[in-house]
Design a protein around this ligand. Sequence first.
Ligand code: SAH
Length: 255
Amino acid sequence: MTLAPIAIVSAMHEELRALLPALGPARVARLGGREFHCGSVHGQAVVLVLSGIGKVAAATTAALLIHEFKARALVFTGVAGGLRRGVKVGDVVVAQQLLQHDMDASPLFPRFEVPLSGRSHFEADARLVDALAGAAQRCLDRADAIIGSDRRLAFGIDSAQLHQGLIVSGDQFVSSAAQSTALRTLLPDALAVEMEGAAVAQVCADFGARFAVIRTISDRADDSAHVDFKRFIEDVASAYTHAIIEDWLLHTPSF
Ligand code: SAH
């Protein structure tokens, strides 16, 4: 019997493109306007898919992966804006919890709480988090081999660090100092902000599915957040994601 696949989900084309060659010969299934690439990486069944950007796109993708593809775990990869001090461009963040920063049904429910769920924070799978954090650290330790020292210096990346903790998500590209300051004030524990992770977390909680979210910091969610965004994803984040996912699948044969 073929084991249920591990799903690797990317928000953007550049990231998926970097991962596809690792998959080998793949079967493509089309569903819900998405292409699901089914194959294997280092002997493990894997399905790769582009979710699209934002919470709804991510939620649709997660539900399809769990229900139609019987994914036994979901890993959402991509980039994010650094929020907390010390979370710099080129760092990697693995989420331990996720929260929707744009969820606000107050005064009916406390701010950030998903109505009728009784919770605002959704936990990622601890074993997956540990394994991905291990893979990310090994990759950061050989950053020059993965992205090249020229690129590392061009993006001002120096001693990139791994962080673990809270990632917040919302349907908003946070690209002004005013917006990021407001988020930091409201959610001082938040390490980074992106647009999909907490939606995947909520869907996975509904289905009891294991998941993790891993992000390379592409910007500081401030007035220069858009600068070189595309180039960063192509030159740095996609290379990291590819290296981290391969390393993780190679080092966790029993997963
Ligand atoms: N389509 C545009 C922007 C992509 S939206 C482009 O290609 O230029 C940003 C994507 O990166 C989302 O998938 C989101 O999860 C993540 N992201 C990176 N920095 C972010 C920030 N500062 N605020 C919100 N999301 C961010």
